[in-house]
Design a binder for this molecule. Sequence first.
Ligand code: AMP
Ligand code: GLY
Length: 423
Amino acid sequence: MRILVIGGGGREHTLAWKLAMSPRVEKIYCIPGNPGISKIAECVEVDLADNQALVEFAVNHNIDLTVVGPEMPLANGIVDAFSSQGLKIFGPTQAAAELEGSKAFAKELMKKYRIPTANFEVFTDAQSAKEYIQQTGAPVVVKADGLAAGKGVVVAMTLEEALAAVDMIMRDQAFGLAGSRVVIEEFLTGEEASLLAFTDGYTVVPMISAQDHKRVFDGDQGPNTGGMGTYAPAPVVTPAILEQVRQQILQPTVDAMRAEGRIYRGCLYAGLMITEGGPKVIEFNARFGDPETQVVLPLLASDLVTVMESCIDGKLVEIPVEWEDQAAVCVVMAAGGYPGGYAKGDVITGIDAAESKGALVFQAGTVLKDNAITTNGGRVLGVTAKAPTILAAVEKAYTAVQEIQFIDMHYRTDIAHRAIRKS
Ligand code: AMP
Ligand code: GLY
């Protein structure tokens, strides 16, 4: 089979790496890819915003299966464009991807179908939003409705912060049109976890649970990032909680989307708060998580191509989806200054040495310059290790991290600390 992967970060490197393991795959292309991906796939530049050009690429290169990494192409309707030409593509349609693209849509859906989530109200004008905040008080969570590259959420501990967040999102339009509506949400407490699932629109198969570390510094201090590291499985998601999430959240959401005429196929990502009152949805994503994918897919024992095809063909119920009885840890190595401004173009050394320690080095923000792999993004690398236990995987991952160098790099030294405390 000939495969096309859309995207060029650590998530897509992991997807390409896992797809390449399938004996059914003869060739992989990636648009745009990165230097790590180019070891497995042929990387090609095509405008990701141009569905017609992407369809033409797939037709001209006899692509049998396309796998979409990031949310933007999904929100732009890439799946609709490919499907209408009879091309197989893994991911939700534009209408189904609204589950991530509009927080207001996701919240109204959960309310209508009684899917556990924080209480909320949606506002289209700043004044009413502020009056509501005055009534509810702090802490409270203020969210821009639309896609804001993971930055449209303010967890406000005081009234002042919450009111300022409304101004930032609605008046100053810090996230553009994504902020023409806001969701004001009840503040939830508990431990967070991510549960991704494969679905064909009917059957839902949860993957192994994972936990992301969103804050930049050790001890969960400092500003939020796209994710500084992950581990799987997450002990907070016990077998009982997993079953609860499947029955009360994942299956009802997929059933609800079908009932709304927006059948959801692909990867459904539930960001959860495990509260005293049970698991509740913080957000849905319409795609694989980054860096959750870097720990979840290495634990998948089954052939990913077959699983994805069965999601597209509505036959997920017919195939076994099996997991390795191991743990995985991913440490993200970031550029100095990230998540603020950071330099680019610094040479990275030691990737091969890290891999010789048994780790998988997934490249995220890298580019080839004068034959050297150099930094080209905030999150530069994800170093993943697998082992029988989380603790052993942590040790293996950090041993590999020691081999890698680039100017001003930084990473968290406490990935998986919650899991280790529990063990
Ligand atoms: P999101 O972009 O929706 O994932 O939100 C970013 C982060 O904000 C989450 O990972 C949580 O840590 C936090 N957050 C979002 N919604 C809530 C909530 N209702 N209560 C508490 N924390 C929240
Ligand atoms: N790791 C969070 C995300 O992919 O949105």
